[in-house]
Design a binder for this molecule. Structure first.
Ligand code: T1G
Length: 692
């Protein structure tokens, strides 16, 4: 994994551990042996570089939680730094985590343009554990070091040069550049330059920095702990600082947050890998059709344009078509502001790649047509009937429905095998999640095309089966119902929001409802009313709020009253709730925060288990990724099913059985949950069984 070669007095260590040169045990041993051999061979310098697409992209995450194998990375870094001859890091690709720490232990650092350098450990629930918190500040100062380590965000090579992290940015092959740099250093008689010898910079107000991150972290430990480790470098000797960093690193390694974040890392990479799609080729697609230019349609069109696809958007009238074009222009200019595209690209996309009109015939050459019209079956039936007439044979007909029966929509056409659900999340050109809803008759290559399109759009695709609300919205309606029940029985919606925000959500369920628009929930309640089970408890006070024209943020009033970015609890809500309780003869009782969290999460996990048990989601990691990317589930909990595993499924089931004593209709334990508890297994075992 690390090839050794002596090139005219310069030892060259070539790391070759695809796909990302992760610093697994064999690579660490290769570095250790390579450095020792270079010294033994009397080399004048050492060049380290990575074969393949990148320099070391960090420690091998798959080794986390397992018995460490020597040499551990800090020891390798110390050995490199103590090497009596200059060691040069010649970098390209993604220099991340332990990979950057190895570079910081080297004496001279060069990178090719476009290289990204960062310490993303906090995004995995840990901190740099091989000297990053001690060496980086010595090179770039505390402000830069704190910013890089607590955000986990990489910097580009030219920025790293300006920040003093690296010495050179040069075009060329890393090996050749490294050798040239080594020869120049040898000719200058340059000596090793251990970073540990640099005095720590002027301290900053670490306490203030820490306080700032605590709020933003919403309960995540790693960014805050990272400040503690960095601060140690200001008051301790280098070796004591290293030891303190290691102590804090080990502490975080033991946390559930680390397990949750590592699970999220691998789940996001696994979720779009479906055994059923192995060997299935997607259909070609370059021309995308979009039906409907409202918020969702315009967002979908924008996502396609940003992916350099040709887009034809159809609206019902010229005015509506013009409004759609304006919305898309607004989305794209936002992308210009964020530096995602240039102004030239903006002009080209608006002028050449986008067609907007009212004539369905313009869709005759489209490869994939995505319907994003009003969430009403009759509307969708008419659209799919027309699409069936105009779309070319082999074109894929997709619906962005978020609730409706995709099989019923497909059966409107003579080509149900070409029909699929592509459920985007608002704003569709920003949100990463895409539920790929597979109908009973959807052909495998149509599914494969759905996943390929998602990848092209930069989305993370999750396969979902057909049921009311698919994966995400079905689970949402369950934990929302549990919240509504608690309000009817005595809890305050504002208390519930606070508890879920303390759990790590950016917003509690009632604030989210205000953001999404209370009219959406209202329409959904009306849609479901005719088929509602008599034992279902559905509050009516939200309908009262809507009848008064209060739809949340968009009307300035909902559960909260909004004044710009400020919001305060809407006192009218309390009155409406009291009135409903009185009408239902409910004597309200107190709910403590712990019970609110247990009920809310039990409802989420129980419904998630039903969704996996019924095969609507293939694996529990599919549910986790859906809730993480589409519903703001706190990433450091790993997703509801990972969280449940870490809590212990038996405790969740026990809670559900207790809650069922009051309401056996709502609290019906999922048979999958009961089975796993009986077998002493957990949701993650299911992932493993599918090779995840
Ligand atoms: N360890 C193990 N496997 C890894 C890995 C890693 N560090 N990085 C990527 N992979 C796998 C990944 O699961 C996937 O596998 C394949 O490589 C391609 O990845 C002491 C302890 C480098 C930017 O956090 O951010 O160092 O799915 O699909 O989009 O302080 O991977 O094909 O089977 O993501 O081109 C710090 C994590 C570790 C970097 C490439 N390092 N990786 O992105 O490909 S902690 C990181 C990434 C640490 C020290 C501490 C990205 C990437 P599979 P991919 P990509």
């Amino acid at each position: 994994m690390v090839q050794y070669e002596l090139d005219d007095g310069v030892a060259v260590l070539a790391a070759d551990n695809p796909p990302v040169n992760a610093l697994g045990a064999a690579v660490r041993q290769g570095l250790r042996d390579g450095i020792a051999r270079a010294v033994a061979d009397g080399a004048q310098a050492v060049v380290i570089y990575g074969e393949g697409k990148t320099w070391f992209a960090g420690a091998d995450i798959r080794e986390f939680g397992k018995q460490p194998v020597d040499p551990i990375l800090p020891a390798v870094c110390d050995q490199i730094e103590a090497c009596p001859i200059p060691v040069i890091a010649a970098m390209h690709g993604t220099v991340l985590g332990g990979g950057l720490e190895v570079a910081l232990a080297c004496h001279y650092r060069l990178a090719v343009p476009g290289t990204r350098l960062g310490l993303p450990e906090v995004t995995l629930g840990i901190i740099p554990g091989a000297g990053g918190t001690q060496r980086l500040p010595r090179l770039t100062g505390y402000a830069n070091a704190i910013a890089m380590i607590t955000s986990g965000k990489p910097v580009m090579a030219d920025e790293a040069l300006t920040m003093g992290i690296i010495d050179r940015v040069e075009e060329g092959a890393p090996r050749a550049l490294g050798l040239a740099y080594a020869r120049a250093l040898i000719s200058e008689g340059a000596a090793p330059r251990p970073v540990r010898d640099i005095a720590p910079p002027e301290p900053v107000d670490f306490a203030a920095a820490k306080a700032g991150f605590a709020k933003a972290a919403r309960g995540q430990l790693s960014p805050v702990t990272a400040v503690d480790a960095i601060a140690a470098s200001a008051r301790m000797t280098f070796d004591d600082g290293l030891a303190e960093e290691r102590r804090l690193f080990q502490t975080l390694m033991q946390t559930d947050q680390r397990k949750g974040l590592i699970h999220a890392f691998f789940a996001e990479r696994q979720v779009s890998k479906l055994p059923e799609l192995e060997g299935v080729s997607p259909r070609a697609f370059d021309r995308i059709g979009v039906i409907g230019g409202g918020t969702m349609g315009a967002g979908i069109a924008t996502a396609a344009l940003l992916a350099r696809l040709q887009v034809t958007l159809i609206e019902q009238s010229d005015d509506a078509a013009a409004a759609a074009r304006t919305r898309i222009a607004g989305n794209l200019s936002g992308a210009v502001k964020r530096g995602k595209i240039s102004l030239d690209a903006y002009d080209r996309l608006m002028a050449e790649a986008l067609q907007v009109g009212t004539d369905y015939d313009a869709l005759a050459t489209a490869d994939v047509i995505i319907e994003a019209a009003f969430e009403d079956f009759a509307v969708k039936r008419d659209i799919f009937t027309r699409l069936d007439q105009v779309a070319r044979p082999g074109a894929i007909l997709a619906s962005n429905t978020s609730y409706l029966d995709l099989d019923a929509i497909a059966d409107v056409t003579d080509r149900p095998k070409d029909v699929i659900g592509l459920h985007f999340f608002s704003p569709a050109h920003v949100m990463r999640l895409l539920e790929v809803v597979v109908g009973e008759k959807t052909a495998p290559d149509v599914v494969a095309t759905g996943f390929a399109l998602a990848k092209r759009l930069g989305k993370t695709a999750v396969r979902a089966g057909v049921c009311d609300g698919f994966i995400g919205n079905r689970i949402l309606s369950s934990y929302r119902t549990a919240a509504d029940h608690m309000v009817l029985d005595g809890a305050s919606p504002f208390q519930i929001d606070r508890v879920m925000e303390e759990f790590g959500f950016a917003m509690g369920p009632f604030a989210v409802a205000d953001l999404a628009g209370l009219d959406i929930g209202w329409a959904n309640r009306r849609r479901l009313a005719p088929t509602r089970h008599p034992k279902e408890r559905v509050p009516t006070y939200p309908d009262r709020l809507c009848e008064q024209g209060h739809f949340g943020q968009k009307t300035g009033r909902g559960y909260y009253v909004y004044d710009g970015r400020n919001k305060v609890e809407n006192p009218d809500v309390v009155g409406l709730i009291d009135a409903e309780r009185a009408a239902l003869r409910i004597t309200p009782r107190a709910f403590d925060d712990a019970e609110i969290l247990r009920r809310y999460m039990a409802a989420m996990v129980n419904e998630a288990a039903k969704v996996v048990g019924e095969g609507i989601a293939r694996r529990s990691l599919d549910v986790d990724v859906t809730l993480l990317l589409g519903y703001g589930f706190p990433r450091y909990h790993g997703g509801p099913m990972k969280w449940a595993d870490l809590q212990g499924l038996d405790t969740i089931l026990a809670d559900i059985n207790v809650f069922a004593q009051d309401d056996a209709h709502f609290w019906q334990p999922a048979s999958l949950l009961e089975q796993l508890v009986a077998d002493g297994r957990e949701f993650d075992d299911l992932n493993k069984e599918t090779g995840a």
